[in-house]
Design a protein around this ligand. Structure first.
Ligand SMILES: Cc1cc2nc3c(=O)[nH]c(=O)nc-3n(C[C@H](O)[C@H](O)[C@H](O)COP(=O)(O)OP(=O)(O)OC[C@H]3O[C@@H](n4cnc5c(N)ncnc54)[C@H](O)[C@@H]3O)c2cc1C
Length: 377
């Protein structure tokens, strides 16, 4: 084994948004931090930059049995957008705006679904309203004529992940956080030290596992029945048009997220499948997802129909069970989990900070007790 740094206070396994924010919080408290990352299929490098707060209809549709997990996590989503706003200020701007998110309906049944959802969300502290058709042209004149109303969640927003990732990495380097390429394949059950594929010694005082799709295998070794199967998803981005879409757009029944960057480019996704890669390979595009996704976007917001598609890509999401998992594992208290559970780019900063706080003994941004690892034992 090759030692690199004399004493690592915190080793973070996984260099996506969650791991980076764990590293940032610890380094700002003076800790010597290393991120070890396999540099493969990070959702943080594929995501769309939606700051989700309201319950996503897609998640509820696909996982009705996990609705309680999502609903009980809503206060964490409010903390998450506050954490992003703080990060936006700290990094000198990541094009974050928080002008609200619209979930659209084009049938009376969908309006009923949205009304009931909004009532539940308001009870959890979200700022939500139901808008009828007449209210929409004033705030969203780009919407198509089939839309008959919407739920607006005033807490939601968007940011540019390309800018956020670049600035965050630069800040970590400034703070002296080490970035090391390697894959952790398990732990020494006596010492809790990590076992790596490479020859570097990654022993550390405390360890945060923030490896998204790679976390399940590591957690299973620790006796935790966590499943983290990666979900291959499709994304698109158009050329720049006039900046008119200020909200994050979703639909009550159909798989879509749509937003516009400050550059004018429209980012279109929302859960259309991609083809999983072989083994650790990267996922690839399915033509039916590409066509279905952009056709749906053009129906919802006809004004974007004239924009040319610049790029499409696929990436791995790790939704787990709709609820974050944060904190020490019971049998190995030096090993901590930091799993967002769903909407991981939104939740990454708050989940990473809380996990690092529990590991290093400083104050977490919010009480992580509801997300303790104990529910998996
Ligand atoms: C197409 C797409 C669009 C999305 N859009 C949004 C969105 O708009 N808003 C939102 O909130 N969320 C979105 N998500 C979800 C979000 O991107 C992810 O949930 C989030 O980025 C997860 O961050 P993370 O840091 O926890 O993990 P990741 O970013 O996935 O990083 C995990 C890292 O751990 C590494 N790793 C894995 N195993 C090991 C190991 N054993 N040893 C060392 N390293 C390891 C991986 O190589 C990877 O680099 C989207 C996801 C996809 C795929």
């Amino acid at each position: 084994m090759v030692p690199m740094t004399d004493q690592i206070d915190l080793l973070v396994i996984g260099g996506g948004i969650t791991g980076q924010c764990a590293a940032l919080a610890a380094a700002e408290h003076g800790a010597c931090v290393r991120i070890v990352d396999f540099k493969r299929n990070a959702g943080s490098h594929a995501n769309a930059g939606s700051l989700h707060v309201q319950m996503q209809s897609r998640f509820l549709r696909l996982n009705p049995h996990l609705a309680d997990n999502l609903e009980s996590s809503l206060p964490l989503y409010l903390e998450a957008v506050a954490a992003w706003e703080a990060l936006d200020r700290k990094l000198g701007g990541v094009e974050l705006t928080r002008e609200g998110g619209l979930m659209l309906a084009d049938s009376p049944e969908q309006m009923t679904f949205l009304r009931q959802k909004a009532e539940r969300e308001a009870k959890k502290g979200l700022s939500v309203d139901i808008l009828d058709r007449d209210a929409l042209p004033k705030i969203a004149p780009y919407l198509g004529s089939t839309i008959m109303g919407a739920e607006i969640c005033h807490d939601e927003g968007k940011l540019n992940p390309l800018i956020a990732n670049r600035k965050l990495e630069a800040r970590l380097t400034e703070l002296g956080v080490e970035h090391v390429y390697d894959r952790i394949i398990g732990f020494d059950m006596t010492t809790s030290n990590p076992i790596a594929k490479g020859t570097i010694d990654h022993s550390a005082d405390q360890i945060v596992i923030a490896a998204a799709w790679g976390s399940g295998a590591l957690a299973n070794e620790l006796g935790l029945a966590i499943k983290t199967p990666p979900e291959p998803l499709h994304m698109n981005i158009t050329e720049a048009g006039d900046y008119r879409i200020h909200h994050l757009i979703q639909h009550a029944e159909r798989p879509i997220t749509l937003k516009q960057f400050r550059s004018g480019q429209v980012v279109i996704g929302g859960g259309w499948s991609a083809q999983a890669g072989e083994g650790d390979g990267i996922p690839t595009i399915l033509s039916q997802s590409l066509l279905g996704n952009v056709a749906l976007a053009a129906t919802i917001a006809p004004g974007i129909g004239g924009l040319r598609l610049l790029r499409t890509w696929a990436g791995y999401n790790t939704p787990v069970d709709g609820k974050a998992t944060i904190g020490p594992t019971l049998l190995h208290p030096r090993l901590h989990l930091a799993l967002p559970g769903d909407a991981g780019y939104t939740l990454g900063p708050v989940v990473g900070q809380c996990a690092a706080a529990l590991a290093m003994g400083f104050d977490p941004l919010t009480d992580p007790t509801p997300y303790a690892v104990s529910r998996w034992t």
